[in-house]
Ligand binder design. Structure first.
Ligand code: PSU
Ligand code: MN
Length: 295
């Protein structure tokens, strides 16, 4: 029988030697961009992690195994046919031998199982708009509450109810650190979000806070890094979210639908900003992991 969790040699050596390792997800590779952009974003994110001096561990499920540290060839398999795997979906996908792409929550679950404490992504999932009819709250939040890991992102995805998500992050005891900013970035836009719970000026400072938070028994920590280029697509998002609702699109299908429509109707502008912020966040996650390993 294939082992349930397969860790790439490079990743397992780095973990054994207590060097910096950054987990990366595959949902945005399979479902976040039209092909072949997703794979390019994944490879560029890995390069950004390496440039920061850390080892990337991109995570996905296929052939009965949860793979930690995908090769470039394996990454190519993550097409839109892949299942979208939140924490609850990992075991069924592995046992059924299906192809599955991990969300932030799914990635964190695997990271915890193998001892990785840093990850980079675009935007965390959260409270979808229109709560509570029906209550669609991303399992990313539950995973953050349970798992001791630091996540570099551009806040939470702006198609969500961002203020409600910020409230829930507080309820769950998840520190929201602004990376050289006072407010939580709004994914495509830098400004206008709710206040962060603390501002940090450097990767070293964030790493010291992670160490202290974990020693105090805390779990997930969100680091918000604003996108380098801001885009105001508020109107477009409202329009598309309303359309998705009218079309009866619910649950896990909402995010991929909205992102694809945004990419199309913004003439690729959201795709470009989304790509760039993901790669930048992967680089920051690398810096955070390196700073933590040096404490
Ligand atoms: N950020 C992006 N593109 C994405 C996502 C985040 O730039 O596709 C994905 C992440 O995998 C995140 C997921 O975990 O969306 C959340 O989806 P849901 O709200 O269905 O839990
Ligand atoms: Mn959801």
């Amino acid at each position: 029988m294939e082992s349930l969790i397969r860790v790439a040699d490079e990743v397992s050596v780095a973990l054994e030697e207590e060097r910096a390792v950054v987990a990366l997800e595959t949902t945005l590779v399979a479902h976040g961009f039209p092909a072949p952009t997703g794979v390019e974003v994944g490879l560029s994110s890995e390069a950004a992690v390496r440039a920061a001096g850390a080892t990337p561990a991109t995570i996905g499920v296929f052939d009965g195994s949860v793979v930690v540290g995908l090769s470039a060839v394996e990454l190519e398999r993550f097409t839109p046919e892949a299942r979208k795997l939140g924490p609850r979906d990992l075991a069924p996908c592995a046992v059924q031998g299906a192809l599955g792409a991990t969300t932030v929550g799914g990635t964190l679950t695997v990271a915890a199982a193998v001892g990785i404490r840093f990850m980079g992504t675009g935007g965390l999932g959260g409270v979808h708009r229109g709560f509570p009819t029906p209550p669609d709250v991303s399992a990313d939040l539950g995973a953050c509450a349970r798992i001791p890991a630091m996540i570099a992102s551009s806040g939470v995805k702006s198609l969500l109810d961002v203020p409600a998500t910020a409230e829930l992050l507080e309820t769950l005891g998840i520190p929201v650190l602004g990376y050289r900013v006072d407010t939580l970035p709004l994914f495509y836009a830098a400004d206008g979000g709710p206040p962060v719970s603390a501002r940090v000026e450097s990767a070293g400072e964030a790493a010291r806070i992670a160490d202290a938070h974990w020693r105090l028994g805390g779990n997930g920590i969100l680091v918000g890094r604003p996108p380098d280029e801001s885009l105001d697509v508020t109107g477009l998002i409202e329009e598309i979210v309303a359309e998705a609702d009218a079309a009866g699109i619910v649950g896990q299908a909402v995010t991929p639908y909205v992102l694809a429509a945004l990419h199309e109707r913004s003439d690729g502008e959201t795709r470009r900003v989304n790509r760039d912020l993901i790669v930048a966040n992967a680089g920051l996650a690398g810096e955070l992991a390196v700073a933590f390993a040096a404490l």
